[in-house]
Design a protein around this ligand. Structure first.
Ligand code: ADP
Ligand code: MG
Length: 352
């Protein structure tokens, strides 16, 4: 088996297109959560030191990782995961409120979003353990499903505590933590009085105000095929919103010559097999956009568009083979799209 997954799913290409009056943009960047982060400021007022801002962002991200990274044995979430106790576990307010949001999205998505899937993620060879040989069999999947399900996590109603109803329960915040971190960076930047910026971690984005040209920010959604990576399939235009994309075209495992997505259907215990090749969600906060992009990948385009419309959410599903690209968008998504996809199979455009 060959593992073709990468941990840096840069699903979007950011583009600052246009050439009107240009402020001097400032870009800060670094590494976090197995990927990269960046902050693009349309301008930096003289009273704000970029070095100091960089340091504050790095500290903030470090604190989030210390709580939520499953790649760190000593993080809060790893301590909860390795504990087999079903007693109450004192948790940070940050993790507690993130999990409250996760529970809400789990329920609204018909359990498609489920941050307890880690034993399944491991079983299929996407996790921390070595790549697997051959497919897991039905009995392994059935027995692993006994250890998953967000209903097995209880959040205390009045205290900041949580507990497992079975010792084996584990949390994997990979599908929501990047979005959460983007929101926290955006909050930090806003408290400094900055209004025009774009924050991005591993392709999950939060946008405020205008770009350096004084226009709406434009974000290119990548063509979701390995052969055409870094080509813009769809260009969206956004002022105050968060944008997240999930897709399996950069992150998959190959078992016996067949590709399996890193997104698991929590109800079947198997990687999602149907299209869409990518899902993009636009909401006000990046935590929700991130989690919903994963949820809609499980749900699929047909039911996904119906659900997005009923929840008044902006979601776009990109499907199709190498030659023909189809986008299926919810009603609310339409206002963000600036092009018809067939006109913009641009090759060679890259990250700014
Ligand atoms: P990416 O990390 O590529 O941005 P996602 O945000 O969709 O992609 O997160 C996918 C990760 O989330 C997987 O690698 C796995 O750890 C975890 N995961 C897989 N399936 C689900 C699911 N149904 N609900 C919640 N998390 C999931
Ligand atoms: Mg996600």
């Amino acid at each position: 088996m060959k593992t073709a997954s990468i941990l840096v799913p840069l699903l979007m290409l950011l583009s600052l297109i246009g050439c009107n009056r240009v402020e001097s943009p400032v870009r800060l960047q670094g590494k976090t959560m197995g990927t990269t982060w960046s902050l693009t400021l349309s301008n930096l007022p003289a009273e704000i030191q970029s070095k100091q801002l960089q340091q504050q962002i790095e500290e903030l991200l470090e604190n989030i990782n210390a709580l939520m990274s499953t790649w760190r044995a000593d993080s809060e979430i790893s301590r909860f995961n390795t504990s087999t106790s079903t007693e109450w576990f004192d948790v940070s307010p940050q993790t507690h409120s993130l999990l409250q949001a996760a529970v809400r999205i789990h329920q609204q998505s018909g359990e498609a979003f489920d941050p307890t899937v880690s034993p399944l993620v491991e079983l299929w060879g996407f996790g921390h353990t070595l790549p697997r040989q051959g497919l897991p069999d039905d009995s392994q999947i059935t027995s692993t499903l006994q250890h998953t399900g967000l209903e097995k996590l209880q959040l205390h109603e009045s205290a900041i505590r949580m507990r497992k109803s079975i010792p084996q329960l584990q949390l994997d915040l990979s599908a929501i933590a990047k979005g959460y971190a983007v929101d926290e960076v955006a909050r930090l930047v806003s408290t400094q009085g900055l209004q025009n910026y774009l924050v991005e971690i591993g392709g999950e984005i939060r946008i405020s105000g205008k770009n350096p040209q004084g226009e709406a920010w434009r974000v290119a959604i990548e063509y979701p095929h390995i052969e055409k990576l870094r080509s813009a399939a769809v260009i969206i235009s956004v002022t105050d919103a968060a944008v997240a994309t999930s897709g399996d075209y950069r992150n998959f495992v190959e078992i016996d010559g067949k590709r399996y997505s890193h997104i698991i259907d929590p109800l079947t215990g198997r990687p999602v097999t149907h299209n869409p090749a990518s899902v993009t969600v636009i909401t006000t906060d990046c935590l929700s956009a991130d989690a919903w992009a994963t949820a809609f990948s499980v749900i699929g385009s047909r039911k996904g568009v119906e659900l997005a419309n009923s929840l008044q959410m902006a979601a776009m599903f990109i499907e199709g083979d190498d030659d023909k690209l189809t986008t299926i968008s919810s009603d609310k998504m339409m206002k963000y799209i600036t092009n018809t996809p067939s006109q913009t199979q641009i090759s060679g455009s890259g990250r700014e």
